[in-house]
Design a protein around this ligand. Sequence first.
Ligand SMILES: Cc1cc2nc3c(=O)[nH]c(=O)nc-3n(C[C@H](O)[C@H](O)[C@H](O)COP(=O)(O)OP(=O)(O)OC[C@H]3O[C@@H](n4cnc5c(N)ncnc54)[C@H](O)[C@@H]3O)c2cc1C
Length: 262
Amino acid sequence: MSGIISENKNNAALILDEVRENIRKIVEQVIRPNADRIDRNKEFPSENIAALAKEGFNGILLPEKLGGWGLNYSAFGIAVQEIAKACPSTALIYTMHVEAARTIYAHGNEEQWERWLKPVRSGKFGTTSTSEGATGGHYWYNLSEAARKDNGYIINSQKSFTTSSGFADFYVFQTKTPNAKSPDDITYFIVDGHQEGIEPGEWSAMGVRGNHSSSLRLRDVYVDEKDRLGEEGEGKEIVQNGYRDFGRNTRLRQAESPSRRE
Ligand SMILES: Cc1cc2nc3c(=O)[nH]c(=O)nc-3n(C[C@H](O)[C@H](O)[C@H](O)COP(=O)(O)OP(=O)(O)OC[C@H]3O[C@@H](n4cnc5c(N)ncnc54)[C@H](O)[C@@H]3O)c2cc1C
């Protein structure tokens, strides 16, 4: 798989072909054989996520300096499409992880990249937790609100759906800013998934029983200031401009337009 960038770095079509060829290998060797069992048993597909991480797919959009491939959404789209043909549960987990990692890369600082994104290459994975029952698909409105405490925040929140809840190593978590003036005065945090007070709900949904997209409660969870993404109140901008400029310098874009190379 390491050949993707090194051997085909000047040819976008060849890079995408190689992404497709390599994801199909993982799908046939690991993901498809597990699919029926994980759906029947409501089993979280940890082995599939580990196989994707091992071959570098979990860092598909991340830059090489963080152990990623620096590819773009065309490559990601091919990967997730091939995974979804065999196992929709794994495809959704993968999608939410890539989105969470992308958000940290696009809006976090270098220290956050080191702590949260470097470990992705060795199998740590995340998800995004935004939606609340009262506001549903209008996920840029939250009713829960962070409170300031010591050098950080206390979060009490009930999310309606969070893919990989109870399994993710980190949550890109959205809630209202302390003393918010409106429901869209929101702030993002990176929440360590392995701490007390994180309580996933029950999950069962036809065809995607393995992805554990249940409700998620945070009960008195402390998040240090260093794990806030951007500034207080910047959440709305993260939602609205999340994709702006992202991937401008990806390897694929460079391959498509050599003149743009830095
Ligand atoms: C499998 C699965 C995984 C998910 N994973 C995550 C995750 O990882 N992280 C996360 O944050 N969220 C996740 N979600 C939540 C998802 O992003 C949506 O927020 C959620 O599905 C909205 O559902 P709801 O029932 O609250 O819908 P509602 O917003 O209540 O909508 C219900 C219906 O009403 C319609 N409707 C809503 N508002 C209006 C309006 N103003 N006018 C007209 N019609 C309207 C909608 O179109 C829809 O048909 C997941 C959801 C599912 C199903």
